[in-house]
Design a protein around this ligand. Structure first.
Ligand SMILES: *[C@@H]1O[C@H](CO)[C@@H](O)[C@H](O)[C@H]1NC(C)=O
Ligand SMILES: *[C@@H]1O[C@H](CO)[C@@H](O)[C@H](O)[C@H]1NC(C)=O
Ligand SMILES: *[C@@H]1O[C@H](CO)[C@@H](O)[C@H](O)[C@H]1NC(C)=O
Ligand SMILES: *[C@@H]1O[C@H](CO)[C@@H](O)[C@H](O)[C@H]1NC(C)=O
Length: 351
């Protein structure tokens, strides 16, 4: 048992030495060695304490040199805005990869985290994850984030909307996840069964890059479902569109409204509702309902034009786009995208 921990401590010491040996090479050896000895002491204290004490936890803080987590990659991230409380968003990630320091000799078996989401230097939201199993593959810890509530900081609503806006209009967005992670791992013993240990409160901080929606450059008209012209000349055009998403985000937004214009002349056409706008990576077949409004000056002309020749519609978000969630609405108000509508008289209605 003792032997295992000493071996372990030596490997940790090596890891600590190698983790920042690329910076300030000449000036550091003594400090590095001192720190490595401290790290080793922290780890040799584990079998009796089963937790790091505060001075050991400090080693993981930024600038203290022992960076246990080197990267976080979210291959998928799902956000559900359907809770009536706009400050509560349900977050989950079925595929999270945490890069850890090389040579970390601990076979991690499970993790949980307390996380703060930092965007442009501001703490905008927090979440805590329950214990989930994790599997170490080389330097990567493969794990998941089960359904958990992302709590938007009440004083940072606008910054959270700006975060959503950036993911909406850009091809990628960088932000920071920081916090503490608790890990379960099995320590090998030279004789007998491995010991399962939990270390709590290991500080981490990592930049995360997510692909954004890039202003939805690829909305394709799929088919006309129905078109109706009323006796007062108002009209409704209901169609199916495909929104292709290159983002790894899954976002549940509910019905979202967009002001709709002729893309060439900017003449007001009306409003388009994208019904149950729940986006996943890849194809998203969505029902789009465009109706004329009081802002539409000559609805009969537009209806005739779209029916006979087709038209490019420009959809624009506005801050009341989604009535259910003001934070989300402000985030997607920035959308400006074109949809090419073919001549509807020859676009076959859905069978
Ligand atoms: C991790 O260990 C804790 C006890 O410290 C236990 O409650 C939890 O279920 C374990 N979880 C996993 C996934 O290993
Ligand atoms: C919320 O934002 C305020 C103002 O920036 C900040 O002081 C506070 O720490 C944040 N809350 C959390 C939980 O991060
Ligand atoms: C995000 O970070 C990556 C890696 O650090 C960098 O290559 C990329 O340019 C950054 N993107 C933006 C939009 O800042
Ligand atoms: C939308 O279409 C108009 C008219 O063809 C064009 O000027 C504009 O650049 C297009 N916008 C986008 C984002 O493709």
């Amino acid at each position: 048992m003792k032997y295992a921990f000493i071996t372990f401590a030596i490997v940790m010491m090596a890891a600590a030495l190698s983790s920042s040996s690329n910076s300030h090479v000449g000036a550091l050896p003594r400090r590095l060695i001192k720190r490595a000895v401290t790290v080793a002491q922290c780890f040799t204290g584990l079998p009796t304490n089963l937790a790091f004490d505060d001075s050991c936890k400090d080693l993981f803080l930024p600038g203290k040199g022992f960076r246990a987590v080197t990267s976080i990659t979210l291959a998928a991230l799902d956000l559900d805005f359907s809770d009536p409380d706009p400050l509560k968003i349900i977050l989950s990630s079925p595929d999270m990869k945490v890069g850890v320091i090389s040579n970390l000799p601990i076979p991690i078996t499970g993790t949980r985290q307390d996380v703060t989401l930092v965007d442009n230097g501001v703490n905008i939201a927090t979440f805590s994850t329950p214990w989930v199993p994790g599997v170490m593959k080389g330097n990567l810890l493969e794990t998941t984030v089960g359904s958990t509530t992302l709590n938007v900081n009440d004083t940072q609503r606008d910054q959270f909307s700006a975060f959503i806006a950036s993911l909406t209009i850009n091809t990628e967005h960088n932000f920071t996840l920081k916090g503490t992670v608790d890990v379960n791992f099995t320590l090998p013993t030279p004789f007998g069964t491995p010991v399962v240990t939990t270390i709590t409160g290991i500080y981490f901080e990592s930049i995360v890059t997510l692909k954004g929606f890039a202003n939805f450059p690829d909305i394709q008209f799929v088919e006309l479902i129905e078109k109706t012209e009323n006796t007062d000349n108002s009209f409704t055009i209901k169609s199916k569109v495909n929104i292709k998403s290159a983002s790894q985000l899954g976002v549940k937004m509910g019905d979202v409204q967009f002001h709709t214009f002729d893309a060439v002349s900017s003449e007001a056409i009306g409003v388009t509702v994208l019904e149950q706008l729940n986006l996943v990576p890849g194809d998203n077949f969505i029902i789009a309902v465009t109706t004329s409004t009081s802002a539409t000056t000559k609805p009969q002309d537009i209806f005739k034009r779209v029916s006979e020749n087709g038209e490019i519609f420009r959809l624009e978000g506005f801050s009341a786009s989604s009535t259910t969630d003001p934070i989300l609405s402000n985030g997607i108000a920035v959308v400006k995208t074109n949809v090419t509508i073919p001549a509807l008289n020859t676009a076959a209605p859905a069978a």
